[in-house]
Ligand binder design. Structure first.
Ligand SMILES: [Zn+2]
Length: 62
């Protein structure tokens, strides 16, 4: 009898979809206090925590 309550994982690869987070800098080179992450598949960037709102480029597998 399994005590594992986690749902079955579909992904076998353990690499995260997103690289980062990286600090965001404004045009003066000052940190804005925001952080962003970058998609491994297409390189699109989105504010950390808003990954679900990212617009992936055509052909991105992620
Ligand atoms: Zn992508």
């Amino acid at each position: 009898m399994s005590t594992n309550t986690l749902p079955t994982q579909e992904r076998t690869d353990d690499e995260p979809t997103w690289r980062g987070p990286f600090p965001e800098y404004d045009r003066f080179g000052e940190p804005t206090g925001c952080r962003f992450v970058e998609c491994r598949g297409c390189g699109c960037e989105v504010i950390a925590g808003h990954e679900q709102d990212a617009t992936h480029r055509d052909g991105c597998p992620l």
